[in-house]
Ligand binder design. Sequence first.
Ligand SMILES: NC(=O)c1ccc[n+]([C@@H]2O[C@H](COP(=O)([O-])OP(=O)(O)OC[C@H]3O[C@@H](n4cnc5c(N)ncnc54)[C@H](OP(=O)(O)O)[C@@H]3O)[C@@H](O)[C@H]2O)c1
Length: 223
Amino acid sequence: MKESVVLITGASNGIGRETAFAFAAEKAKLVLTYCHDRAGGQKTENRCRELGAPETLLLRLDLKDNRSMLRAVDSLVRKFGRLDILINNAAVSVWKPLQEQNLAEIENQIRTDIEGLIKMTWICLPHVQDMIINIASGAGQTGFADLAPYCAAKFGVRGFTQALAKEISRLKVYAVNPDMTKTRMSGFQGRPPEEVARVVLHTAKGRYRKKSGSDINVWDYYP
Ligand SMILES: NC(=O)c1ccc[n+]([C@@H]2O[C@H](COP(=O)([O-])OP(=O)(O)OC[C@H]3O[C@@H](n4cnc5c(N)ncnc54)[C@H](OP(=O)(O)O)[C@@H]3O)[C@@H](O)[C@H]2O)c1
């Protein structure tokens, strides 16, 4: 990973933050994004420098805002000139029966988790040299009650991953699927986010020898 330019969306908290730490320890150049939590983003960036990232760039990114996405990728390209690995990690979820979710909550999940991910990939694509890792979910393989829009989006992320892998042979594209992981999203229940971060890092290093388009399930490596 040394000197690779790696973009991690949603690096201000949770799995994105731990993933940033894992790549920083490998001396990757990191582009880190936050949406609302600038202080969280800065905390991640500072720790990445301490861990050995030779260069970092912290950017605001809102996946629901085309201009924000275009601006962020433009800043990245101006600083680094290329992107080796795109890690589409940022997402939101609402844990309520569908009938109790309001239209704004449904829209927020679909626009962020699938529309934003697809658009961000489209914007980055001309610059990506090596790999795209989409953080999907176990909830993208099985439907869970109280997570219907989120499940729909995460099934979509896996479909997008498989289609893109067939379309673009020069890149490797994977869906990394965490199960319940101890972050804000899960009410801090589940496995340590460090385990997910290790699986993302090993995916980037090609350790699993999986065909492009494959699912990489965190629970297969950390039962
Ligand atoms: N935790 C779990 O149990 C679990 C299980 C399976 C899959 N996952 C997946 O793992 C990934 C990371 O989730 P997490 O658990 O680490 O959640 P988290 O701690 O809530 O972090 C979510 C990240 O996404 C960012 N984000 C939210 N809305 C955004 C938007 N509109 N535009 C850009 N960035 C936005 C947040 O930024 P700010 O905080 O700065 O707003 C934050 O950095 C997600 O794809 C999630 O679906 C999580």
